[in-house]
Design a protein around this ligand. Sequence first.
Ligand code: C5P
Length: 220
Amino acid sequence: MTRLRVIAIDGAAGSGKSTLARGLAEALRLPYVNTGIMYRALTLAALDTGVDPDDGNALAELMSRLRFGLSDDDPPEIEVEGARPSPSLMSERVEAEVSHVARHPQVRALMREGQRRLGAPGGVVEGRDIGSVVFPDAPVKLYLTAEPRTRVERRAEQRGAVDPIDVEEALHRRDARDARVNPFETAPDAIVLDTSDRTVDDTLEVAVAIVRDRMPELFA
Ligand code: C5P
């Protein structure tokens, strides 16, 4: 049987995980599966249809009707209902509710199923529980961290925010909510990479070297 071709990238917002995951997917020519998009898409659908973020069963029902797939891009990326993820998935409105939506076990079970389906043929899979829960057999698991100040700066830059204080507050609020209702599950065998003092290229280089060492088949 061929080995699972999954690279798990976990970490908090602003840790650099999306940048690294996309860069690795490009370098390795594997699909880029950003699981945060799936939680955000379910949250937006709940807000738009009036489903209560505290009602786990109603959310699971809504989730079972959402269609996630991979695009024809290079690298392929997550599609929601056959289209590229909408920019509104990154809105404050969604970020304020996503941790609540993500905390329900029924929702997480369906997410896990969908994420395994998308990632199983091979991919760089990004999230918070990928190495621990979704793909515990991934041959490479990276866990990204960064100093709080670096995370806020990156987030402000990504969002083109005028007021970094707003970004800092929103990030800390979401961290606190996630820590309370939806704590990180870190895989004991994950390699921790602190990206605070590394450039994007540095981080990518380190990650590619780890993958080359552990998954030489991807470079054959
Ligand atoms: O990664 P991103 O910041 O886009 O994730 C948005 C939210 O989705 C997180 O704050 C978390 O509540 C939830 N999430 C999760 N498990 C994942 C990915 C995201 O609980 N694998």
